[in-house]
Each structure stands twice: as structure tokens, then as C-alpha cells.
Write a protein that binds this ligand. Structure first.
Ligand SMILES: Nc1ncnc2c1ncn2[C@@H]1O[C@H](COP(=O)(O)OP(=O)(O)OP(=O)(O)O)[C@@H](O)[C@H]1O
Length: 261
């Protein structure tokens, strides 16, 4: 059965895309059939997967969602790109921001992505949705389509403050629109292990949320090697296979696999 995981946090730059790409490729390396869906107008997942100019792509998630909205057929495989590291992905670009605005007047506006994924999910073991840094209609679409949410949180003061709002939104979507939705866990990212501050923040998150929400055992360290992967257009497993970030993403992949079985 396919598991759909939204990777969400309305705070920008916390490692959503990096986690989506490296968890997705990690799952594919473990033999799972994986689709990554970019639900972010910045196109950073497309760039991370080697597409230099996402704004010049002919078909993106926007075209697919527009077809669903207009009740048109989406051809099998339409807009899906096969990546050499063993995953499929659907990129997005700046046009997604325009679609977000026009969704306001659409019937079943929260369900568009779910309707699309319902039609293709049988072909995959995992679908990971890389959300945009907002709690707007595209992110709500992702939460309605998903079975669970993985929340990357940067180990710093302000990102932690925004967490409560995200958890409230997930609760609302669960109650009103998608009773299947649960929180898979909080993943601490960009952890600077040399400082006590990062350690304090990690402990604070475990203390405040740990009783109700799973906090992933491992955390992703701050590392220039991780930052380089975005520009390199490849996963951490190819860029720095023996490094600590690859090790931590392998560990995360194992935790996600163990949880979903
Ligand atoms: N562990 C890490 N250590 C250092 N830099 C990182 C790490 N993970 C990601 N980065 C870098 O931080 C920046 C933001 O990461 P990423 O794009 O994954 O975050 P995001 O939450 O998806 O951002 P946005 O909200 O803008 O979509 C990128 O330049 C990325 O290369």
C-alpha cells in the first residue's frame, strides 16, 4: 500500500527539500518505488534534482492540477520525470504561486492534489510531497492528500516558535478534511553539534512535544556538504556517501521504513 508523506513547515529554509530528496532517494535505494511531488513554487526540488531552470519546464504540477480542476484526463505518466538515482518526480515552478491564488474559486479546492494522487498512488510505495513555506491552499492540498506529515525543524529559536501553529493546522485538517492524517514525527535539522544552544533547543522540543509527537531519534547536522547538494543536483549519497549527513539520512530512512511497516 502506498504511503503519502507531506514534508511540511511554514518556516522557510529548514531543510524540507533536502529531506524530501534524501529521504526519497534513501527509500528508493532500499528498494521502494518512490515519487517526489514538489508543491513549492520556488522550484528548489527541481534544482536539487538537476533541473537548472525550473521556470522553463513545459509540464509541472501546475498543469496537472489545472487538468484536475477542469475535469480533464491526465495521461498516464504525464509530467512525471524519471531520475537517474531511482526515483520519479513531479517538479513545480513559479506558476504554482498563481495557481494558489486561483484555487480560491475552485470547487473542492482543498482536494485537487488528493484527486490526482488517488489516480496514480497504486504505482508507488511512497509518495513524498515537498511543501512550500506557508500554510496556504497548496499546503492544505498536500495535507489533505497525505497519510502523515514529517516536520523538519531547524534547531534554532524562531523556527521552534512557529511549530505550534503548524501543529494546530494539521489538527484542523485532520478533524475537518482528512481523518487519516497523523504526524509521522519531528526531525531536527541543521543541528550545530558544537554548540550548547542547539542541544538546549533539541531538549526543549523533546520536553514540550515528545509526549504527544514522535521525535525522530536522529537529527541532521549542519554541514556544508549538505548545502552543496542543492547546487550539485544530486543526493548526499552520491555527493558525500561516507559523511555524517548521508549516515543520518540513511538512519532516517530506516526509521521511516520501520514505522510504516
Ligand atoms: N543539514 C544542512 N546543513 C547545512 N545546510 C543545509 C542543510 N540542509 C539544507 N541546507 C541548505 O539550507 C538551504 C535551505 O534548505 P532546503 O531548501 O532544504 O529548505 P526548505 O525548508 O525546503 O526551504 P524553503 O522553505 O525555502 O522551501 C539550502 O541552501 C540547503 O542547501
Amino acid at each position: 500500500m502506498c504511503r503519502i508523506i507531506a514534508i511540511a513547515n511554514q518556516k522557510g529554509g529548514v531543510g524540507k527539500t533536502t529531506t524530501c530528496v534524501n529521504l526519497g532517494i534513501g527509500l528508493a535505494r532500499a528498494g521502494e518505488k518512490v515519487l517526489l511531488v514538489e508543491a513549492d513554487a520556488q522550484g528548489s526540488m527541481a534544482v536539487s534534482l538537476g533541473i537548472q531552470e525550473p521556470d522553463e519546464l513545459d509540464v509541472t504540477l501546475v498543469n496537472i492540477m489545472e487538468k484536475i480542476i477542469n475535469d480533464e484526463d491526465v495521461e498516464p505518466g504525464e509530467g512525471i520525470i524519471h531520475h537517474e538515482e531511482g526515483i520519479d518526480f513531479i517538479p513545480a515552478n513559479i506558476e504554482l504561486a498563481g495557481l494558489e491564488t486561483s484555487l480560491v474559486n475552485v470547487m473542492c479546492r482543498e482536494q485537487v492534489l488528493r484527486l490526482y494522487l488517488d489516480g496514480i498512488k497504486d504505482g508507488y510505495d511512497y509518495i513524498l510531497i515537498d511543501c512550500m513555506p506557508s500554510l496556504g491552499m497548496i499546503t492544505i492540498n498536500a495535507l489533505v492528500a497525505a497519510d502523515s506529515v514529517l516536520i523538519p525543524v531547524e534547531a534554532a529559536y524562531l523556527p521552534v516558535k512557529g511549530l505550534q501553529q503548524l501543529i494546530k493546522t494539521i489538527g484542523k485538517v485532520h478533524r475537518r478534511l482528512n481523518p487519516r492524517l497523523s504526524i509521522l514525527g519531528i526531525l531536527l535539522t541543521k543541528v550545530d553539534r558544537r554548540t550548547n544552544f542547539a542541544k538546549d533547543i533539541s531538549e526543549q522540543i523533546r520536553e514540550v512535544y515528545g509526549n504527544n509527537i514522535h521525535i525522530f531519534e536522529n537529527c541532521i547536522p549542519m554541514s556544508v556538504r549538505a548545502a552543496e547538494t542543492t547546487a550539485e543536483g544530486k543526493s548526499i549519497y552520491l555527493h558525500d556517501p561516507k559523511g555524517i549527513v548521508a549516515e543520518e539520512y540513511r538512519h532516517l530512512t530506516g526509521e521511516v521504513l520501520a514505522d510504516e511497516k
